[in-house]
Design a protein around this ligand. Structure first.
Ligand code: ADP
Length: 485
């Protein structure tokens, strides 16, 4: 018997994306299907999807599709498409009143209603389909009330009596907290909302907390992050709750899409290369120089950053290192956008660098690929990092990562000096301290001068395999554990 899974996510590549969650939702279901899982995906029908270049069809579910939210009846429709031409069906729940907004996530007064609606509509659709599945796989706070609903307001429905829930936390920094006045629209029972109760968090309603308490299994996107979130420094206040569920909590590293992100196959870079033909990488270094205006110099290392410029990514460490970067015997390319203080720091750095530092504020996928292919060293000193993608891409492109030992960075990058038998693939520092960061960069710059060692470090990284297939097998195991198999 095939395992039947419904995968629910508030963003899915290529239809909608603000972060790593979308990449997971667009890739993991395809790999699970290849492993024999019967899987369907659900997501909101945002305005940008309706207006985008996608093929989709209306699904007839009978008349009168309505969901009540806070006493109001909201009409909705169901559409469907396929994930990346594969045979995984993705269903879109369409309610323009809630999902035709400028952004996927808002600060609007009815943000709670929007995702209460989405989750109730999902359950309604499953009921109409008479979907008697094994697993509902939910992701982040936008879907984390589903297990609670199934065990409370929908507990009457025998359809779900054998269905288990798996909750993946992609970033515990976003929990879905709302003022207590929203209780009626969430349909959270008053008996669950009292100080320190399952739905309560410092006087507010907390969707993620209910997800943690009511799901059958919980996981995060790396093993290290799964341990870190059990501690106050990383948990956003939920470590106590997670401790209660510790035996059901695990970490599964995200995979990456090597059809898009590998130097052999990348169609967005000028010259393809591989671990056998690393010498060709320099052609991309030339192209990067001409694209960004850096002066090309084969033996000058190019360091790179591609990131949201936010404190999570460790940018406070840069603020103390102005002189270090100005004086470094290396060039630097920065691609990103985010907080004004970091944007202006890098602009200033570029201004005073006499051409050795180039900064592109904004989002540019093509340039991101060129940077991965053309740079020598990738800097990612995150304060916390649930999984992280760019260090994994960097490994594949022979762009040696310098990272802080946290979350997914700790699980993917092995320090050259600390790993025996020349097995290291990058440079790692521990303490969140700018001096330590600078030391790690200096170690990288020193080894860069030794061609033999550098090539070894690059090759070690390029040979790593963080494909989705591996991760999907672990999710399949997790589903089976949830089912008690
Ligand atoms: P997060 O999801 O926390 O932002 P990840 O490392 O998991 O961090 O994923 C970031 C993704 O977004 C990567 O695919 C990266 O290439 C991309 N990215 C981030 N900033 C930019 C940018 N300014 N331009 C192009 N791509 C970017």
């Amino acid at each position: 018997m095939k395992l039947k899974v419904a995968f629910v996510s508030s963003e899915v590549v290529p239809f909608s994306k603000t972060g790593g969650l979308a990449d997971v939702a667009g890739a993991l279901p395809i790999e699970l299907r290849k492993l024999g899982v019967e899987i369907i995906v659900f997501t909101p029908f945002y305005k940008s999807i309706e207006e985008g270049d996608f093929l989709y069809a209306r699904i007839d579910m009978g008349d009168n599709l309505k969901i009540s939210v806070g006493g109001r009846e909201i009409d909705y429709r169901l559409y469907a498409s396929l994930l990346r031409g594969d045979r995984v069906t993705i269903y879109f729940i369409d309610a323009p009143e809630y999902f035709h907004r400028k952004e996927f996530y808002t600060q609007d007064d009815d943000e709670a209603e929007r995702f209460v609606f989405f989750q109730k509509a999902l359950i309604d659709v499953l009921q109409r389909m008479q979907w008697k599945g094994d697993i509902i796989h939910i992701n982040d706070w936008q879907t984390s009330l589903i297990p609670y609903y199934l065990k409370t307001i929908y507990a009457w429905d025998k359809l779900f009596e054998n269905t288990k829930t798996v909750f993946t936390i992609h970033n515990i920094g976003y929990q879905g907290t709302f003022p207590a006045e929203k209780l009626p629209v969430t349909e959270i029972l008053p008996e669950h909302f009292y100080p320190t109760g399952p739905a309560e968090f410092y006087g507010k309603i907390n969707f993620m907390k209910l997800g943690i308490l009511f799901s059958d299994k919980i996981n995060t996107v790396s093993e290290t992050y799964a341990k870190e979130i059990l501690t106050p420094a990383f948990s956003g206040g939920l470590d106590g709750v997670l401790k209660q569920r510790e035996k059901d909590l695990s970490g599964i590293l995200n995979g990456v899409d090597y059809s898009q992100w590998s130097p052999q196959k990348d169609t967005l870079i000028p010259v393809n290369y591989s671990s056998q033909k690393i010498a060709r990488k320099v052609e991309n270094k030339k192209a990067l120089a001409s694209e960004t205006g850096l002066k090309f110099s084969e033996n000058t290392p190019v360091m790179a950053i591609i990131s949201r410029l936010v404190s999570q990514k460790g940018f406070d460490l840069f603020l103390d290192l102005f002189d270090f970067f100005i004086e470094a015997d290396a060039q630097l390319v920065v691609l990103g956008s985010g907080d004004e203080k970091y944007e202006s720091f890098f602009r200033k750095l570029a201004f005073y660098s006499e051409g050795n530092i180039k900064v592109h504020i904004g989002y540019n996928n093509k340039l991101a690929h060129l940077i991965e292919a053309g740079a020598d060293i990738f800097l990612m000193p995150s304060l916390y990092e649930p999984c992280g993608l760019n260090q994994i891409y960097s490994l594949k492109y022979g762009t040696v990562p310098v990272v802080r030992k946290t979350g997914g960075l700790a699980d993917t990058v092995k320090d050259w000096d600390e790993t025996p038998d020349e097995k290291g693939n990058g440079f790692v520092f521990g303490k969140f301290d700018s001096r330590e960061f600078a030391n790690a960069i200096e170690r990288a710059l020193n080894y860069y001068k030794d061609k033999r060692i550098w090539k070894k470090i690059q090759r070690n990284g390029m040979r790593e395999d963080f494909s989705w297939r591996k991760s999907a097998k672990k999710y399949l195991e997790l589903y089976n554990k949830a089912l008690g198999k």
